[in-house]
Design a protein around this ligand. Structure first.
Ligand code: NIG
Ligand code: FE
Length: 406
């Protein structure tokens, strides 16, 4: 039950505010919450006078952070690609399998056959697993429908996930994920369909918060991506891009030239791409789950991103083919062990910078007055503990918009 005044105060906390992308540690800190928003952050001793019925929670030194944001997932799909994994372990590459009609297209076949309710049940179960580890904001891409009816079906399911659970869903249209079988060998015709039909229809239904594409030699060329981004711009929609995952297609610079919210993967990023991203404020979303599961050997150039001041986010990339990783906490750890991020960068990468990557930075991602009161009290006393351990669920309390979850 909420207090009548809607006011809560968490006191005696170790706060990691994440302001400025640093831990922003404050010992013996307190957060006052009025309704949905953070009203005050400071030292427990300095807590201002609050209404008498304020619900007070002394957390005895426990860590409090902003709730986590998973800013890159492919949460809505049916079927399994475990047999592909067997083939990859025996030597086939991800690209070989895709060229032979497997990969993303295998999931497209299973997903087209699945009804909306079945897809929703699968997606809600996945989102619930993320929520259990403190994730209250999730980006969800389409991309396994690849025709008008099925792309809209996936986006509707994504929106319904946000109505079924206390999570905020940012929907991304990824119709340009790969060329569907009915357009095999005619990628430009499929891009026409995306630009003329799928994108405007999805936007008209209010189903699109941003537009993504897969820029890669097994998917779409920079000039095809450009056409999609131009249409998105006409419709007033922000863009993001799967860029430089398997090869250098100069996708990051293209994305930056459209002021993209993010460019994601980036294993093959070069310096000019990093410079363009820094200028445009495009967030680098690193996806260690895909790097790990595809057994890649070339990590993204973290030093280059740091040198040019590109904000770095970390996400699960949860999907059936390249990153069946349903844990943002493990993605944080892998960001450190595989890519050399510091735990502070990993935490910033799932809070403040992840929210910027979704265009939600003004409302979420740090503990600051005025922001939404999405936060987590952890069974931990220092943020490094959130990273340097895996296989554990440690939220003691999750608040979303000021209300306890669960
Ligand atoms: O982010 N790179 C493209 N898309 C996904 C993979 C999707 C799949 O294999 O089903 C990714 O890794
Ligand atoms: Fe992805």
């Amino acid at each position: 039950m909420s207090p009548a005044s809607g006011t809560r105060a968490i006191t005696n906390a170790t706060l990691a505010t994440c302001v400025g992308g640093r831990y922003g540690l404050l010992e013996r800190g307190a957060v006052a919450i009025a309704g949905e928003r953070i009203a005050w952050v400071g030292h427990s001793d300095a807590l201002p006078a609050l209404p008498r019925d304020t619900e007070r929670l002394d957390v005895a030194g426990a860590l409090v952070t902003p709730a986590l944001t998973d800013c890159h997932t492919h949460l809505v799909f049916a079927g399994s690609r475990a047999r592909e994994f067997e083939r990859r372990v025996e030597g086939a590459s991800y690209e070989d399998i895709a060229r032979a009609g497997g990969g993303i297209l295998a999931t497209v076949r299973a997903t087209r056959e699945a009804g909306e309710e079945a897809l929703l049940a699968l997606a809600v179960a996945r989102a619930r697993a993320l929520l259990a580890e403190g994730v209250t904001t999730i980006e969800v891409k389409s991309g396994y429908g690849l025709d008008l009816e099925n792309e809209l079906k996936l986006l509707r399911v994504a929106r319904r996930v946000g109505q079924s659970l206390p999570v905020t869903v940012h929907t991304t249209l990824l119709a340009a994920h790969t060329v569907p079988p009915e357009h095999a060998g005619r990628a430009d015709d499929y891009v026409d369909l995306v630009v003329e039909d799928i994108l405007p229809a999805a936007a008209a239904e209010g189903l699109v918060d941003s537009v993504d594409a897969f820029c890669e030699r097994i998917a779409f060329s920079p000039s095809q991506v450009r056409r999609i981004f131009e249409r998105a711009r006409q419709l007033g929609l922000p863009v993001r891009l799967h860029a430089e995952q398997l090869s250098d297609s100069r996708g990051a610079a293209l994305a930056a030239s459209f002021g993209a919210l993010s460019a994601d993967h980036l294993e093959h990023l070069h310096e000019d791409g990093a410079v363009a991203m820094a200028r445009a404020g495009t967030v680098a979303v690193l996806l260690p789950g895909a790097f790990f599961f595809l057994r890649e050997s070339r990590p993204p150039p973290v030093g280059l991103l740091r040198r040019h001041g590109v904000p770095i986010a970390v996400a699960s990339d949860f999907n059936p083919g390249s990153s069946p990783l349903l844990s943002l906490r493990l993605a944080m750890l892998m960001g450190c062990t595989l890519f050399g991020l510091t735990p502070a960068e990993a935490l910033a990468g799932v809070t403040v910078h992840a929210c910027t990557a979704l265009g939600l930075g003004a409302e979420r991602g740090t503990l600051e007055p005025g922001k939404l009161a999405d936060l987590v009290v952890w069974d931990a006393s220092h943020p490094a503990e959130l990273v340097a351990q895996f296989g554990t669920d440690r939220p003691r309390l999750i608040l979303r918009r000021g209300q306890p979850v669960g």
